[in-house]
Design a protein around this ligand. Structure first.
Ligand code: 9MR
Length: 370
């Protein structure tokens, strides 16, 4: 072997060895990536920010391309970005994302057509039902049609339910009535006949909300409107993951004859009083509630790893029902949980840390397949 080849070989072995040493512990060497490991089971996705779609950081781009085969835009397909002013659409970021997905051979889940949050200001101030209806129809038709055949799927309606399973009070419920969810799917079905259509929500593994969700989904189906899947967001707490509820929900949702997805997976490691992902719920800041600014203690790191492993074992057990598992962000530094429900915390909910290094949880998840 030539000296230069030998040097490259030794260097890459050292890198692999270094990656295999996590928090001082030797773990099994892993050469495969998430999308390779689970490629025959379900899609492995991540939410991307605009910076990531624009490939601002080459190291991050490489990590995304290597690990994931599905993407969801974290914010750029929401109504306030896509239609900032009445009938004025901003397609540029979403078009860029479609290009990104094509370049790296990834599926795109559009997120989201109808949601009570991140609405443009002109909708929030609308008083009369006709204007809301016009916005609702125009928004769905225009955007769903533009991306038909370019993306795999849409979260047509996001978070329409309260914790007790009743319909959440929103401008859509108030002005259009309960049937607005079915109507959104009906419009999307016409505008995007080649795109899969999903309902997406958090805490729908919880029994009361799950029951409400199943009723809502059945209504869509009974109206003869196409519904392809349901997304359980998966914003859970490390050490308190509701495994039994999750398994029951996978079974019950799938019994409706639709795909089940885990769409926004992350595991909270910091103290907080609220559960789920209601962006309107906030807690006051307090240094005691931000304990891991210098990194996760080993005990919490191990808990996180244990929970992720158990979750992926469960997902694999039901891989015939689950079509995608998407993390809500690529790495800890990007997570929305650094700012919710308390702003400015240092959170650690994902498989990659702030310096893009895989955490013990990553290796535990991959180890299932080795
Ligand atoms: O991750 C998103 C964050 O950057 C935004 O500030 C926030 C604003 O509403 O939305 C976050 O994403 C949410 C997703 O769109 C729907 N489910 C809950 C997610 C976390 O709040």
């Amino acid at each position: 072997m030539k000296a230069s080849y030998l040097f490259v070989f030794l260097l890459s072995s050292a890198v692999i060895w270094q990656q295999a040493c996590v928090t001082g512990k030797k773990v099994q060497k892993q050469n495969i990536t998430l999308k390779q490991a689970f490629g025959n089971d379900f899609l492995i996705g991540t939410a991307l920010s605009l910076d990531q779609i624009q490939e601002k950081n080459p190291e991050e781009t490489a990590l995304i391309a290597e690990q994931f085969n599905a993407i969801t835009p974290e914010n750029i397909m929401k109504a306030e970005v896509m239609q900032p002013q009445w009938n004025t659409f901003n397609f540029e970021p979403a078009d860029k994302m479609v290009e990104f997905a094509r370049k790296y051979n990834m599926k795109v889940n559009g997120h989201t057509l109808i949601w009570h949050s991140q609405l443009p200001a002109f909708v929030r101030s609308m008083k009369d039902p006709d204007s809301v209806r016009q916005f609702f129809e125009n928004h769905i038709k225009t955007i769903a049609a533009r991306y038909d055949k370019k993306i795999l799927s849409w979260d047509v309606v996001n978070e329409a339910l309260n914790e007790d399973g009743t319909m959440r009070l929103s401008v859509f419920l108030e002005k259009l009535g309960e049937n607005y969810v079915t109507e959104a799917f009906r419009l999307a079905q016409v505008a995007a006949p080649h795109t899969e259509l999903y309902y997406n929500d958090y805490n729908i593994e919880q029994p009361a909300k799950r029951k409400g969700c199943i009723n809502l989904l059945k209504k869509i189906q009974q109206a003869g409107v196409r519904l392809d899947g349901v997304g359980i967001q998966g914003h859970w707490l490390a050490g308190k993951v509701p495994f039994k509820d999750i398994e029951e929900s996978i079974l019950e949702f799938s019994a409706l004859g639709i795909k089940v997805m885990i769409t926004e997976l992350d595991l909270e490691v910091l103290p907080r009083n609220v559960q789920g992902a209601d962006v309107n719920q906030r807690q006051a800041s307090n240094p005691a509630l931000n304990p891991y600014t210098n990194g996760l203690p080993d005990s919490v790191q191990q808990q996180l790893a244990k929970d992720y492993e158990a979750l992926f074992r469960l997902f694999l057990k039901h891989k015939d029902k689950i079509s995608r598992v998407t993390f809500w962000g690529v790495h800890d530094g990007q997570s929305w949980l650094n700012d919710w429900p308390i702003r400015g915390r240092t959170n650690h909910p994902l498989l990659f840390d702030r310096s893009l290094k895989p955490k013990p949880a990553y290796y535990r998840v991959l180890k299932i397949k080795s």
